[in-house]
Design a protein around this ligand. Structure first.
Ligand code: FEO
Length: 168
């Protein structure tokens, strides 16, 4: 089975988006580190690793279907963020972009009757649902606690719990 050139390009574009997510979350982790937010940093480092895994899954898939996978240039993510709320709003926004990109890939696989790729993409559809839900629940918690200097300790504690798997 071979994928079309158009599908190959679209999947390579997705590699680029996942790679950027990995870099963006790494930059966010660095910002949190500078602010002394250890829990947030741990969470973002873990997310950054997950994005690399997402990227590699596509990379391997392309080569399995006899396509040409590329290692794209990654644009520089921002280094500074206004607040911890801004960090997680940016993360949520990026996840929404990734979701719509995945949905476009699903559309293309339907259009091309490429059922192998369609099947491959199901994992991403589910993953995006989970990631958006997680990002939303974090933003809800931050909005509840507030991001004043006094609240940061509690936000950080929450993120620590989530990244160690003991969050709800
Ligand atoms: Fe791989 Fe969070 O999108």
């Amino acid at each position: 089975m071979m994928i079309s050139k158009q599908m190959e390009n679209a999947l390579n574009k997705q590699i680029s988006l996942e790679a950027y997510a990995s870099y963006l979350y790494l930059a966010m982790a660095a910002w949190c580190d500078r602010k002394g937010l250890e829990g947030c940093k741990e969470f973002l480092l873990k997310q950054s690793d997950e994005e690399r895994v997402h990227m590699l899954k596509i990379f391997h898939y392309i080569s399995e279907v006899d396509g040409k996978a590329i290692a794209p240039e990654i644009k520089q993510p921002p280094e500074e963020f206004e607040t911890v709320t801004a960090v997680f709003e940016t993360l949520y926004k990026h996840e929404q972009e990734v979701t719509s990109a995945i949905h476009e890939l699903v559309d293309l696989s339907y259009k091309e009757k490429d059922y192998t790729t369609l099947n491959f993409l199901q994992w991403y559809v589910e993953e995006q649902r989970e990631e958006e839900a997680l990002a939303r629940s974090i933003l809800d918690k931050i909005n509840l606690i507030g991001d004043s200097p006094q609240s940061l300790y509690f936000i950080d504690l929450e993120l620590q719990k989530i990244s160690s798997g003991s969050g709800d």
